[in-house]
Design a protein around this ligand. Structure first.
Ligand SMILES: [Fe+2]
Ligand SMILES: [Fe+2]
Length: 271
């Protein structure tokens, strides 16, 4: 699951970027750069074997690998609840959702590998703490209602973040995102349906459990859209490259607008 909040550079990465910009370039390289810029401006897709600037390549490796890590790490808090699902039906749904997330991680590692970074390098960066993953998965899952709320809000926010990536200028990433987005929409719906069942057919204490879970996950879900536009330093470059299509604040507002109506149908209040 991709979140725009990961779109920030470490001091080490900033130094690399500055060094790359300061480097002298040959006439041939300048020509390649101009051709690349023209293709981006024309809305073309860039394939793995095409020439691309190093900065573009590094930005994509960082974003795709962090996205992949988030899919894999995201399996953990939900995996906790497989053995505690209340019915066979819910257990089957939860299992298949978690398997989907594992699949998303694998497609994305494959997309990052097309940029010349091996899976071992990607995993090593995760294990040594150099690569980030979405901090939403550090929050504990305390109740069964969290399984519904994660689907509804966390996968819901992920879809908002990810749908624009289906038109990302790097073609292998865009292609992976098309299938991923279809599966994410199942994740969102299964979560919402589980909550709706508890709210309409459940007991008073089940309804209270749902509300308590919504209260805990609401603000972390909004933070998945990243810092406000004015404080999002990488956004401008990523927008120019067609890696990012919609700003953090616009996406966050779209999510709030959609979610407020769904909360009314559900009968929960948003904090
Ligand atoms: Fe996913
Ligand atoms: Fe998902």
């Amino acid at each position: 699951m991709y979140t725009q909040s990961m779109d920030t550079l470490s001091p080490e990465e900033k130094q690399l970027e500055a060094a790359a910009k300061a480097k002298l370039r040959s006439a041939e390289e300048l020509q390649l750069q101009q051709d690349f810029d023209a293709r981006i401006d024309a809305g073309d897709f860039i394939e793995a074997k095409d020439w691309m600037p190093e900065h573009y390549r590094r930005t994509l490796v960082r974003q795709i690998s962090q996205h992949a890590h988030s899919e894999i790490v995201g399996m953990l808090p939900e995996g906790n609840w497989i053995s505690r699902a209340p019915t066979l039906k819910r257990k089957a749904i939860l299992l298949s959702k978690i398997q989907d997330e594992g699949g998303h991680g694998l497609y994305l590692y494959a997309a990052a590998e097309t940029l010349g970074t091996s899976r071992d390098q990607l995993l090593d960066a995760l294990h040594t703490g150099k690569a980030k993953y979405s901090s939403i998965f550090n929050y504990p899952t305390l109740t069964w209602a969290d399984m519904g709320v994660i689907g509804w809000l966390v996968d819901g926010a992920a879809i908002m973040n990810q749908v624009p990536l289906c038109r990302c200028s790097f073609a292998p990433y865009a292609r992976a995102m098309i299938r991923i987005c279809r599966e994410e929409s199942f994740h969102q719906r299964q979560g919402y349906e589980a909550l709706l069942t508890m709210m309409t057919q459940g007991t008073e204490s089940q309804r209270a459990m749902v509300q308590e879970s919504v209260n805990r996950w609401w603000w972390p879900s909004l933070m998945m859209f990243g810092p406000p536009d004015a404080e999002s330093p990488n956004s401008e470059q990523s927008m120019r490259w067609g890696i990012k299509r919609i700003s953090n604040d616009d996406l966050r507002q779209k999510f709030v607008d959609a979610t407020v109506e769904q909360a009314k149908v559900l009968g929960v209040s948003l904090p």
